[in-house]
Design a protein around this ligand. Structure first.
Ligand code: FMN
Length: 268
């Protein structure tokens, strides 16, 4: 089982030697994003357990500079889905979580004590909030998958971050980092374990070495084979080229520094 998971994860080329997976590692290695959900709800107690797992992630200096907004209202989900790239699975999922970098809470704590808040204005603080939010979100993903639920991240909550912040009533100092649709996977969903780059490309021993192009081309072939199995002709290299080509590739996110500044995270 583990072998076939790793073969799919690496598109055939399994790194060796590799220790046998325990339950946690096996769960992580078989991750896949789920974009089709059944109508079944995710109940309150389950979500509380998922959020407790998210809160259990490490957090920079224990500042806990993140929050999560849980959206279940169909109209609000519909509004968010339009703002976040019009992705239908946001409407279909019973729960849509938006993880936010949140310095608003700690700023209020300081201001109530008439303490200065200069430190919030630096890019380091923005990065801390984004990293904290991402770590929490990934713990939520792992917790949900361990319960047999499916998830997909939604980075396009940053496409129109100010309008999206208004829909969620985010205060100054809080900024959307990533959304997470959670639900029960539709058994007809064809998405599988998507191949990743070989370890010799992403894993550098002692010092950094540029990736050999042959390894990247071989990976592109593995991704093409994966998508071909789903009736699509996409490749990985073309996706990279499209993503790095121009500002327009960022779906509006190239103006994020201005948005951060206007929303109370000047990121100097
Ligand atoms: C920060 C982040 C943002 C993402 N945003 C989106 C998104 O807006 N829409 C989407 O369909 N998938 C989104 N994804 C999912 C990625 O496309 C997916 O993780 C990647 O293609 C690898 O596939 P896998 O998760 O099935 O292994 C996002 C993933 C991450 C980590």
């Amino acid at each position: 089982m583990t072998d076939s998971v790793l073969a799919r994860r690496y598109g055939g080329e399994v790194p060796e030697p590799i220790a046998p997976a325990n339950d946690v590692i096996a769960l992580l290695q078989r991750h896949r994003s789920v974009r089709r959900f059944t109508d079944e709800d995710v109940d309150e107690a389950t979500l509380t357990a998922i959020v407790a797992a998210a809160q259990s992630a490490a957090t920079s200096s224990n500042m806990q500079s993140w929050s999560v907004i849980e959206v279940r209202d169909p109209e609000r989900k519909a509004e968010l889905s339009v703002l976040a790239g019009d992705q239908a699975f946001i409407r279909a999922a019973p729960v849509f979580l938006v993880f936010v970098a949140d310095w608003a809470r700690n700023r209020v704590i300081a201001e109530r004590r008439d303490a200065p808040v200069e430190g919030i204005g630096f890019v380091e603080s923005t990065l801390v909030g984004f990293v904290d939010a991402a770590l929490a979100a990934q713990n939520a993903v792992v917790a949900a998958e361990s319960l047999g639920l499916g998830t997909v991240y939604v980075g396009s909550v940053r496409n129109r971050p100010e309008e999206l912040s208004d829909v969620l009533d985010l205060p100054q100092g809080a900024f959307p980092v990533v959304g997470l649709a959670i639900g029960h996977p539709d058994p007809d969903d064809r998405a599988g374990i998507k191949p990743r780059l070989p370890q010799r490309v992403v894993r550098h021993r002692e010092t950094y070495r540029a990736a050999p192009d042959a390894a990247v081309s071989a990976y592109d072939d593995a991704v093409r084979a994966y998508y071909a199995g789903q009736g699509s002709s996409r490749g990985w290299i073309e996706a990279v080229l499209n993503r790095v080509r121009a500002a327009a590739s960022l779906h509006g996110r190239h103006t994020i520094h201005d948005a951060l500044r206007r929303r109370g995270l000047p990121s100097r």
